[in-house]
Ligand binder design. Sequence first.
Ligand code: KG4
Ligand code: ZN
Length: 339
Amino acid sequence: MKKDILILGIESSCDETSVAVVKNGREVLSNVISTQIDIHKLYGGVVPEIASRNHVMNIDGVYKQALNEANVTIDDIDAIAVTYGAGLLGALIVGVNFAKALAYSTKKPLIAVNHIEGHIAANYIEHKQLEPPFACLIVSGGHTALVKMESYTERKLIGTTTDDAIGEAFDKVARECGLSYPGGPNVQKQAMLGEPCIKFTGMNFEKADNFNFSYSGLKTATINYIHNARQRGEEPNVQNICASFQAEAVSQVVKKSVSAIEKFNYKKLVLAGGVSANLHLREQMKAEAEKVGAEVFYPNLTLCTDNAAMIASAGYFNFIAGKSIVDPKTLVPTGNIAL
Ligand code: KG4
Ligand code: ZN
């Protein structure tokens, strides 16, 4: 019988300190997430220095809890997978150094995982039968991109944002509306109470004959709308603004994704990254992709945002393919890495 493979995953790229144990890439034995949201809320966004310090304070306890909850010891673990980028450098350093020390002292293989590959792999945990090839839309705080997933470890970029990421636009609009960090879920809540009745100008993505995205025009148009209303002494209607912004933001990724799956003849479209938690995006994408005969997949809400189980899953698929296994003495975290 094939031996089970247990991967310990470590994630610290932003404001979540997380350690997980995952069996055979798809079965979560533990996924401990210590979030710093309440701390960063006070500042309206993530403060990198504070994030790093909290990772340092939390990581050892989170690691021990992850082993306990999985009911295993470090001796049972086959390999250690860690996010080495992209993300906040000071935050990444904490997880990477912890993983390096652990791998070195236990003589276990160390796998360097691209954070975005982790977001994609969250879908393998959620959908046990899901296998590449498929088209994947990555929508997070730092990325908006369409990729062709050709195998578990090989992908080709089809399109990316030419300016801001969709999550960043959600967060900036939220802040301007006086909504707290993280902005995306709060914009969604307000949007549910409003009507998408405002037409923002300044977007030109639809004219482009490619699969690239643009969010700075929509973000600026929305923020200008709020400023102009305030200058006239009016209190802007936050619910309608959020509903209108969200409708435009979602419509862009839906249109581009559907044209891509049609052009490249995919039957499966996978959503990955924090913004894939957005309910309007999920509904719209399902409805539109269905019209061209494609099925849409996304992870559950916990697996959408940053967590170490997705890193362990991506680590597993690299490990069994003999890829991304690195020397614990030399791995360096990287703030920006290509998809
Ligand atoms: O993937 P993620 O957790 O971190 C990065 O790797 O960037 O994504 C965080 C982003 C933030 O911009 C957050 O506002 C957004 O995901 N987000 C949402 C929702 N939940 C999280 N945006 C829209 N609607 C949501 N429900
Ligand atoms: Zn993320």
